[in-house]
Design a protein around this ligand. Structure first.
Ligand SMILES: [Zn+2]
Length: 344
């Protein structure tokens, strides 16, 4: 089969499409013929050698993918060849206490497709049957590949962790990314007023199109914390959705009201940040960390993706052969939403 693999650590140029053996589904596994895959920041971490838990190259990257069942391993029931499926990026043990209690984002054995082992930038992948999600007929493979992880993350952050309530104001920082463009929509579904930041007129219009009530263009208003306060009568947002990292986190904390919550995951502009701790404690601000998602959350939002209430935001679609070019697009300031690969 064809797979887009990294041959070493480095820039997008380390990708090459090569022939590798098609995996055999083991007992309890399903072989999936992938039709679409989506890119993530995690690809960059692994590609650059900044994810120490990844196996050494050569490795097939790709956290997300959708397609149809091609073959069943032994002992697999409840699914048939030809069924359309999405790969759950999370691989959990299913047995530890956290898994049994439905808190699988805290699974002691949690690993990720395309980070801890070979991923979805390939024609086939073998997946344990519990690591597959049935595909709603209303969504095509590209929408499924692009939509699952972004909405898993945004849903976990805003609904489960920050517990956003109707009428609250949510500030989504850097709304052009896959996760943050999903967060704008999820916050609206939860009944919030949404303020979002993004860069440039074209992106401002697109974020408005996702349902944001107010959009701050950080290219013309770099002090987005002051702009967010002005838009909330000086009070500050109830919840700030922060996925950018060092370049924004100080202003994100400055944007929240007394007693508000900053909910965070991701730090691609830098993991280390300097915060004025007196702001945190004087304003009684909660910093809420997030990691991954929970399987049960997929069942909460997937019907909303299927009926169009939530929309996967796709920036661009590239053939698998152009995996390197697609990786470069991740870093483009013009990118808006998910970068998708098609696998013919
Ligand atoms: Zn577990």
């Amino acid at each position: 089969m064809k797979a887009a693999r990294i041959s070493g650590f480095g820039g997008p140029e380390v990708f090459a499409v090569v022939d590798v053996p098609t995996p055999e589904p083991a007992v309890g596994e399903v072989l999936v013929r992938l039709r679409a895959a989506a890119l993530n920041r995690a690809d960059v971490l692994v590609r650059e050698g900044r994810f120490p838990e990844a196996p050494p190259p050569p490795m097939t990257l790709g956290v997300e993918g959708a397609g149809e069942v091609a073959a069943l391993g032994g002992g697999v029931a409840g699914i048939a060849v030809g069924d359309r499926v999405v790969v759950n990026p999370m691989r959990t043990c299913g047995e530890c206490e956290n898994c049994r209690l439905g808190r699988d984002s805290a699974c002691a054995g949690l690993r990720f497709v395309g980070e801890h082992f070979d991923g979805t930038f390939a024609e086939y992948i073998a997946v344990p049957v519990h690591g597959l999600v049935p595909a709603p007929a209303e969504l095509d493979d590209r929408q499924l590949a692009a939509g699952l992880l972004a909405h898993m993350t945004a849903w976990h952050m805003l609904k489960t962790r920050a517990a956003v309530r109707p009428g609250e104001t949510v500030l989504v920082v850097g709304a052009g990314s896959g996760v943050a463009s999903a967060a704008v929509q999820v916050a609206k579904v939860l009944g919030a007023k949404v303020i979002a930041t993004t860069g440039g007129e074209r992106k401002v219009e697109r974020v408005r199109g996702l349902g944001a009530d107010e959009v701050i263009d950080y290219r013309s208003e770099p002090d987005f914390d002051l702009a967010a306060r002005a838009l909330t009568d000086g009070r500050g947002a109830d919840v700030v959705h922060e996925t950018v990292g060092n370049s924004t986190v100080r202003r994100s904390v400055q944007s929240v009201r007394h007693g508000g919550r900053v909910v965070g995951m991701g730090s691609h502009t830098g993991r280390l940040a300097e915060l004025d701790l007196s702001v945190l404690y004087r304003r009684e601000i909660s910093l809420i960390g997030c990691h991954a998602s929970r399987r049960a959350e997929i069942d909460e939002f997937l019907p909303l993706l299927a009926d169009g209430t939530l929309t996967p935001v796709i920036d661009s679609v590239h053939p698998l052969a152009d995996a390197a070019e697609a990786q470069a697009r991740l870093d483009s300031p013009e990118r808006f939403g998910k970068v998708v690969l098609t696998i013919d």
